[in-house]
Design a protein around this ligand. Structure first.
Ligand SMILES: Nc1ncnc2c1ncn2[C@@H]1O[C@H](COP(=O)(O)OP(=O)(O)OP(=O)(O)O)[C@@H](O)[C@H]1O
Length: 483
């Protein structure tokens, strides 16, 4: 606590009406940054200090009709998770600060203008234009607990009222989000109504949303909705890559203080006969037809080979119980098959198109292990698949490697967990691309699975997929400001 008494980092005031001494250490990094306070105005060597790390702070907001009182909103780790894995990881907390350090107020006040969550609400709308989506099938099923223990208490504190200011939609099936967007959000967007969605889901909730919006006819009055994400899926690639998870608030700080940013999307066109697989691949459905071509949209990844296989194989009720570990478990299974055989080598032609040319160039002729085009940096926390990607930079990058044995594939994957070191590995190709075309030459349908943001599309025999950047102006993502 080394701040000078006159420093903007130090003040004497009150906490919930009780005299207190405050110190604030600027930054958003280690546990030492944030607010520390102790009861009373006399500080002794043995004084008890309460510390609220900067990463736990939501906002500091002035209380109306007072001079120096502030709402101090933050989260706290939930001790109940040790015994109850279905509990919310963090809980909502609030205190009233009188005369807090000015630096704290400066760093954590609600930004004005487009970046303020209030800007995105229209409280006098005929019906609420703010929808909260609880995706019960996402991740390990925490959406309901996070809503009850974190989000709802925060809304209550901020006097954001269910039914008046927002509507809750709880998913009951794989098609719930699609139906909500198709039947409610899209028609109102086409009437020019400004809408916000808070998706308590992983990447799947986002890909469901963008697919409806991009596949639809949009009117000339179309007003693009803004999406916020509370990362409650398994990989949460988009949230990690957009900086939404860079604090401990489970996306709420980004929802409150982030700004609308254009969400870059890609379009994947498929040969006739391609089908979306769902319900553990027991069911299938056709893709949307755009100008007669089977089409899907994504904001994260299009892959074929090892990555698509392990995403598909691990999307079962059994595997989902293991959270993000499910990807590693499925990877082990794919790389070291229990019958002792080597991992599958994928046959097909992989072609890329680079900036400034219409020409398709074939890479790594014939055989492949891993082919992955992505718009994001991380596919899961710490798994840096594309280290050159910047948040929402709208650049498509390709990561690929050819036939390797299980041990070598594990090595390459391990390097991706070390900050994206795999892209320096001579076995790995990594480049920015404008387009990707894969012509699959596999007999077994198992090796013809393509992953689009966690969803699986099975391509028919002799089929292909072609990926390029998609349309702009359809949806915004609320993400932390980048100054
Ligand atoms: N009650 C439900 N029953 C069946 N499917 C559901 C249900 N609720 C949500 N879903 C679907 O499950 C999918 C969950 O995907 P989501 O991406 O949110 O989670 P995840 O796959 O665990 O995470 P990630 O994609 O980030 O790895 C969504 O596409 C959603 O439509």
């Amino acid at each position: 606590m080394g701040a000078d008494v006159s420093s903007p980092a130090h003040s004497e005031g009150k906490i919930d009406g009780r005299p207190a001494t405050f110190y604030y250490k600027r930054g958003d990094g280690d546990e030492e940054t944030g607010l520390a306070w102790t009861e009373g105005y006399k500080v002794y060597p043995g004084s008890h200090w309460v510390k609220i790390p900067a990463k736990d702070i939501l906002v500091v907001a002035g209380i109306k009709n007072t001079e120096d009182d502030y709402h101090f909103l933050f989260v706290e780790a939930n001790p109940a998770v040790e015994k109850d894995s279905t509990a919310s990881p963090v809980l909502f907390r609030s205190q009233t600060l009188t005369n807090p350090p000015s630096l704290l107020v400066n760093d954590h006040s609600i930004p004005s203008g487009r970046s303020c969550w209030e800007y995105r609400q229209t409280h006098n709308a005929v019906q609420p234009n703010f929808s909260v989506v609880l995706s019960t099938g996402s991740g390990t099923g925490l959406a309901k607990a996070v809503y009850d223990q974190l989000l709802k208490p925060m809304f209550d504190h901020c006097e954001i009222v269910e039914g008046k200011h927002y509507v809750v939609h709880t998913t009951t099936s794989e098609s719930s989000i699609t139906e909500l967007i198709r039947d409610e959000i899209l028609p109102r967007a086409n009437l020019g109504v400004k809408q916000s969605l808070l998706l308590m889901s992983g990447d799947g909730g986002v890909v469901d949303t963008i697919n409806v919006l991009l596949c639809a006819e949009r009117s000339k009055d179309y007003m693009k909705p803004s999406l916020s994400v509370l990362p409650l899926g398994t990989g949460n690639a988009l949230a990690h890559s957009a900086g939404i998870t860079s604090d401990n608030t489970l996306g709420i700080r980004s929802w409150m203080c982030g700004e609308p940013r254009e969400l870059p999307v890609f379009v994947a066109k498929f040969s006739p006969g391609a089908r979306f697989l769902f319900d553990e691949a027991r069911q299938e459905r056709p893709l949307h037809l755009a100008d007669g071509v089977q089409t899907a949209y994504g904001a994260v990844v299009c892959s074929w080979g090892l990555h698509a296989g392990l995403v598909a194989d691990s999307d079962t009720v059994e595997y989902r119980k293991f959270g993000v570990e499910r990807f590693k478990m499925a990877a082990k299974e794919a790389l070291f098959p229990s019958d002792g055989s080597p991992p599958h080598i994928y046959n097909g032609k992989v072609k890329i198109r680079q900036s400034g040319t219409d020409e398709w160039v074939e890479i790594r002729q014939g055989q492949h292990s891993y082919v992955l085009a992505t718009l994001v940096g991380q596919l899961e926390k710490g798994f840096t698949i594309s280290p050159a990607s910047k948040p929402l930079d709208g650049k498509l990058r390709l990561v690929h490697f050819g036939p390797v044995d299980g041990k070598q594939a594990m090595e390459v994957m391990g390097e991706a967990y070390q900050g994206g070191e795999h892209v320096k590995d001579e076995r790995v190709g990594y480049e920015e691309i404008q387009g990707l075309r894969i012509e699959l030459q596999e007999e077994d349908p198992r090796w013809r699975r393509v992953c689009i943001d966690g969803k699986i599309v099975r391509v028919e025999k002799g089929g292909w997929v072609e990926v390029s950047m998609g349309q702009k102006g359809v949806v915004d993502l609320i993400a932390p400001r980048t100054n």
